[in-house]
Design a binder for this molecule. Structure first.
Ligand SMILES: Nc1ncnc2c1ncn2[C@@H]1O[C@H](COP(=O)(O)OP(=O)(O)OP(=O)(O)O)[C@@H](O)[C@H]1O
Length: 489
């Protein structure tokens, strides 16, 4: 992976090709007037990881690559950020592949070997298109009042992908499905999408599907006509009518009955509602955002969730990561909840001891961010001093909370539960070892009796990054000694 040129505030072009000489030559041949930062990657996987940490506007990719071909890469890029412009390089004569790429959302294609003028013309056009799209999104956000997304979703690198998707889908009127475990911030993400969208000036209409009794859900959503059932003494508009012109957020859609699924499918397909007992249908203009913490694929397999509804909802999917996947996110969130609680309860903010932070980072948090927020609030209320200590996070018996070892409420299949427990144990073990060794991977591996590579493999599997465990003195030491500080994986 190389960063060839860099110009401030310029868009970024990422060139992907497994031929090192061709890649280098092409990157160097991009003329100055196409003012862009050029990144290169020799494998699709490297390209995707570069895109996690760099805002890439334009991708120029070869079709034939060993790990993932250009069309698969195109699919993956589009599912992450539909606004990235992708240009495909094909071998001479493979016009069918080029057409397929365009059908799948590529902006253009160019046949190898190509002349510099030809590729430069395409790149210029592609960058122009991209800047128009971005400008459009920016203006719309300004008009609707951009909320400070970072302030609640955090700009931790692990969350940049989620943030980018939220910003992008906000600007286009597509149906969005937000998936993730309970308490990961699905509703918050739905609000962010709505507020950033052109519909954001009006409030979003939220329906928490499981909390509305099944017998009432249809009339609540679609409304009813006078005389539709005993007690219907007047016409009543439903929530979908209320959401006409704005966003309808269907929270926990995985829990609705097959009959309601059919009705919602009709709404999504035809944008039409027919109140209960009314002979008339009417068109509505609603943008639908749905969320679920259910395994919809499993529900489809057992026949309790309609496939056609799933595909209608799943135009764009946002996956909210669990705290287990991003323990590095915990210190930022914990500090933020301390500040929030201080403001809310009118008490001075407190710092968090190293021991307490370590405890927070090694908990499995099955209730995710919600559970962390509650733990922080409780600790803030009961802590007597200026520093939150480990004891402020222990349960009534003075024990460290270890919910995963309590199997009484576990409903998962044995293998799933066992694998989760094992991964949780491994992650805690790694975090402990890295904390003790101030983020020094070699030392932590030595102490654990593991090969460094094995230790790194486990870190990758459990998404544990060493940087957060590095103390200031350790960082200084490494920087002063002239060593590269970032871990190269
Ligand atoms: N990134 C975040 N930063 C700060 N607070 C957050 C964040 N994500 C979630 N929260 C807070 O955590 C709580 C749970 O969030 P939210 O209700 O959006 O989760 P959810 O995934 O919709 O949960 P459920 O599936 O149980 O409905 C809320 O109080 C929310 O404000």
């Amino acid at each position: 992976m190389t960063d060839v040129t860099f110009m401030n505030d310029s868009p970024t072009l990422l060139i992907v090709d497994d031929e090192p000489d061709f890649l280098r030559g092409l990157a160097r041949s991009i003329p100055k007037e196409i003012s862009c930062r050029v990144l290169t990657a020799r494998r699709a996987a490297d390209a995707l990881s570069l895109m996690e940490t760099n805002p890439v506007e334009l991708v120029l990719t070869d079709i034939r690559m060993p790990d993932m071909n250009g069309i698969e890469l195109l699919d993956e890029i589009k599912s992450r950020d539909p606004w990235v412009t992708v240009v495909i390089m094909t071998a001479y004569g493979s016009i069918d592949i080029a057409v397929d790429a365009i059908r799948k959302g590529a902006y253009d294609f160019v046949q190898k070997p190509f002349k510099p003028d030809e590729i430069n013309r395409i790149l210029k056009k592609a960058l122009e298109r991209n800047s128009l799209i971005r400008e459009n999104i920016r203006l719309r956000s300004r008009l609707t009042g951009m909320p400070d997304l970072e302030s609640f979703l955090s700009d931790h690198p692990g969350m940049t992908h989620v943030l980018r998707t939220i910003r992008t889908v906000a600007a286009i009127d597509v149906t969005v499905l937000i998936r993730g475990e309970s308490g990961t911030g699905k509703e918050l993400a739905a609000r962010a999408i709505h507020m950033l969208s052109p519909r954001g000036e009006r409030p979003m209409v939220t329906v928490n599907c499981p909390t509305v009794p099944e017998s009432l859900l249809e009339s609540e959503l679609f409304g009813y006509a006078k005389g539709a059932f005993t007690g219907a003494s007047t016409n009543k508009e439903g929530l979908i009518h209320e959401a006409d012109g704005t966003t309808l957020f269907l929270d926990e859609i995985g829990d609705i009955t097959p009959a309601m699924q059919t009705k919602l499918l009709r709404l999504i397909q035809e944008r039409e509602i027919k109140p209960l007992g009314s002979p008339h249908s009417k068109l509505v203009d609603v943008r639908i955002i749905a969320s679920t913490n259910r395994d919809l694929e499993a529900k489809m397999a057992e026949g309790s969730f309609r496939e056609d509804l799933f595909y209608r909802l799943n135009v764009v999917t946002v996956f909210m990561p669990s705290l287990r996947e991003f323990p590095q996110h915990i210190p930022i969130l914990a500090q933020r909840f301390v500040q929030q609680a201080a403001l809310e309860y009118g008490i001075p903010p407190k710092s968090i001891s190293e021991e307490a932070m370590h405890h927070l980072m090694t908990q499995p948090w099955p209730g995710n961010i919600r559970q962390l927020r509650n733990a922080m609030q409780k600790a803030m209320i009961f802590c007597k001093g200026d520093v939150l200590q480990l004891s402020d996070f222990l349960d009534e018996q003075g024990k460290v909370n270890t919910p995963h070892l309590d199997t009484s409420g576990v409903r998962q299949p044995f293998r799933v539960a066992r694998d989760e427990l094992l991964e949780d144990f491994t992650r805690r073990y790694l975090v402990d070892a890295l904390t003790r060794n101030h983020g020094n991977v070699s030392a932590a591996a030595r102490e654990s009796g593991l090969e460094r590579q094995h230790f790194q493999k486990l870190m990758r599997k459990c998404n544990v990054k060493p940087d957060v465990f590095r103390t200031e003195c350790n960082q200084e030491l490494q920087c002063n000694s002239g060593l590269q500080f970032r871990e190269i994986e």
